[in-house]
Design a protein around this ligand. Sequence first.
Ligand code: FES
Ligand SMILES: [Fe+2]
Length: 385
Amino acid sequence: MKNELIQTIVRTWLAHAESKTPWIDPALASGAEFAASDYADPAHLVLEQERLFARLPQAVALTADVPDAGSYVTRDQFDVPLIISRGSDGVVRALANVCAHRGGQVVESDRGCARRHACAYHAWTYDPAGTLVGVPDHGSFPSVQVPGPGLKPVPCVESDGVIWVVPDVAAGGADLAAPDLGVTATDFAHFDIGGHEHWRSYRFDLAMNWKLVVDTFLEPYHFASLHRNTVGPIFFPNLCYADRHGPFVRHLIPRRSVAELADQPPETWDIVPHTALVYVLFPATVFVMQIDHIEVWRVWPQGDDPGRCWCDLDFYIPIGPRTESSERHWENNWRLTIDTVEHEDFRAMAGVQRGVASGAIDAVRFGANEPALIMYHEALSAALA
Ligand code: FES
Ligand SMILES: [Fe+2]
């Protein structure tokens, strides 16, 4: 982020912290209302599946997930199971995890690094680019070319440290343009995503609409109440900064420690140590830069049920020596993240889901103090129109 903008944001925060008023985007000063049924109506979910999940590029992994030739992760969030794999040419591809023989699941582990992938069923074997390189008793399959076409590619691009796919087998390996992240691209370069490594993942099975997971990250209005006994006191309550480039929302939430910057020369200010930096990788992935680690939250609906979703959390830490005390640090960090979100945010959101599905309210109301929520839902409306 440019120092000029950091100075503007920090000065704005300090002034609002002093006056105990929220920052407001003048263009969104009236707040906004969205239909409560957007969270509960099966027909709305059908539209979202078609216009958001099937068509748009989805952020499914980071460069840090596949650092080397042969590195891979698997993803099972789409109808087509995928292997995200870096080839010996350095290129990241998204391949259907579906064996060309009879459809077996070729890679069964979540992640790893391998020169070859052998299907467990009959051991047809593929290289990291998906090429079929081995068929036992090849003579019995005279029409099968080895080496030859193997795992079907889907459109995939690696850009700004993020790997995007369109989960459409019919599109084959068609080129995918890198999404234009605007200001987010500059921020991501600064975060040195490639200098991180995956530490741990966790899957949440949630009784709520998928958008409520994203909403969780888009306002600090709830910190003083919902998180009063956990992370709330670390942050200035009800204070943020948000902007939007196309559908990509950037939402910055200041920690109280930002006040320390006032004693330092403004041209040296860095807000990363003093801020939770939230980026919506539209439509359904949330990237959070926290002081010393990265969290990526991927969310997707459970089939045709608007009241259920899955959410995978991937947690990344800076590459460096692992010691007993560093392990303890990450373990504590991890526990705080999971516990806060599971016992506070997601618990509240499960209540919201029952509320919006009850018919008791027609609309959900986003205040002028919740600009990132308004920006995100306006971007959703635009994409669904
Ligand atoms: S299904 Fe994969 S080798 Fe037979
Ligand atoms: Fe929260």
